[in-house]
Design a protein around this ligand. Structure first.
Ligand code: COA
Length: 326
């Protein structure tokens, strides 16, 4: 499987750390030193579906695949205002697609989970062209009276078109149960038989625990993929890591003893956009012409669960209309 099209979309509204300090007991210096985040884009006028459509249309257009040639749509999403239908099925008609679809909740590792499933579908001949859309609105799970979580996240969408090819070399996915460290709970309806009223619980996070789990898991995934493919850290051209916190990325980089230039980041501008983050990074780097033919890329992400995913791939350049990369 290889990537032949990319797209991303961010909400128009840019929220700075100083804007947050206007209503939360926080500061620009605390947020930037602890996380590296300066701004995030938050949904205000647009809907998540609209963002997802913009990202998906860009991926379709750059791939040269017609919407009706898409065999499957996989939508990575943790939560949105619809529990049913799936976000994937909401996207189909506006995109002009008529194919099977499903939503996948792999938390912030959802894009890598989606890529792994797409790779299996393509290998078994179940599908040839697959559109993966990762669309997330974590700002809508946060408690905006609480400074611990709300400063970390941003909304956004990314999309990748994949098809048969020689790009992806290896995947490693893991899962484990650590519910208490990171969760968002929504209330369900009561029934005549179960009248216990559950309350919606905005995102609860034990930051330090998540930090440690994330660094440990990412290092294990990256080391395992390198070892499995008889590669050294030096053999990787770029490490595309989940954009949650600059200190998490730095800890992994220090373990690998690799230079900063190999770890491109955009969390400074967007915060943690959950499973959309790596796709947004890929789309930006690719459109800026920074992903060259034959580059070896290692993707790695972690998220609530606790789940993780890593992927090793060789990049093939994509030609975009109206960009420097054309
Ligand atoms: N502004 C100002 N102070 C804040 C704050 C904020 N937004 N959030 C927390 N604090 C305070 C805490 O209350 C604490 O105060 P105290 O020392 O008086 O008790 C102090 O800052 C230090 O808190 P601590 O939790 O130890 O900070 P930290 O260095 O671990 O950084 C995180 C906190 C959340 C930035 C960090 O733990 C982290 O990034 N964890 C991973 C989160 C993540 O990536 N989640 C998504 C996973 S997909």
């Amino acid at each position: 499987m290889k990537i032949i099209g990319t797209g991303s979309a961010l909400p128009e509204k840019v929220v700075t750390n100083d804007m947050l300090a206007g209503f939360l007991d926080t500061s620009d210096s605390w947020i930037t030193t602890r996380t590296g985040i300066h701004t995030r884009h938050l949904l205000s006028k647009e809907t998540l579906g609209e963002l997802a459509i913009t990202a998906a249309q860009a991926a379709i257009e750059s791939s040269g695949i017609a919407p009706e040639e898409i065999d499957y749509l996989i939508c990575s999403n943790v939560a949105n205002s619809y529990v049913s239908p799936s976000l994937g099925s909401i996207l189909l008609a506006p995109l002009g697609c008529c194919c099977p679809c499903f939503d996948l909740n792999g938390a912030c590792a959802g894009l890598i989970y989606s890529l792994d499933i797409a790779d299996s579908f393509i290998k078994t001949g179940r599908a040839k062209n697959i559109l993966i859309v990762a669309a997330e609105e974590p700002s809508r799970f946060c408690n905006w009276h609480e400074r611990e979580t709300s400063v970390l996240f941003g909304d956004g969408a990314s999309a990748l078109m994949v098809t048969e090819g020689e790009g992806f070399k290896d995947f490693r996915l893991t899962g484990d149960t650590h519910t208490d460290v990171l969760y968002y709970k929504r209330s369900l309806e009561t029934t005549p038989f179960d009248r216990v009223e559950e309350k919606t619980m905005p995102l609860v996070m034990q930051g330090r625990e998540v930090f440690k789990l994330a660094v440990r898991a990412c290092i294990k995934d990256v080391d395992t993929v390198l070892e499995h493919n008889r590669l050294k850290g030096d053999d990787i051209d770029l490490y595309l890591l989940h954009q949650a916190n600059l200190r998490i990325i730095d800890s992994i980089r220090e373990h690998l003893e690799q230079p900063k230039e190999k770890f491109p980041t955009n969390l400074q501008n967007y915060g943690n956009t959950s499973s959309a983050s790596i796709g947004i990074l890929i789309d930006e780097l690719s459109r800026e012409g920074k992903l060259k033919d034959g580059m070896t890329l290692l993707l790695s992400a972690f998220g609530g669960g606790f789940v993780t995913g890593a992927a090793l791939m060789k990049w093939s350049e994509i030609k975009y209309k109206d960009t420097a990369n054309e």
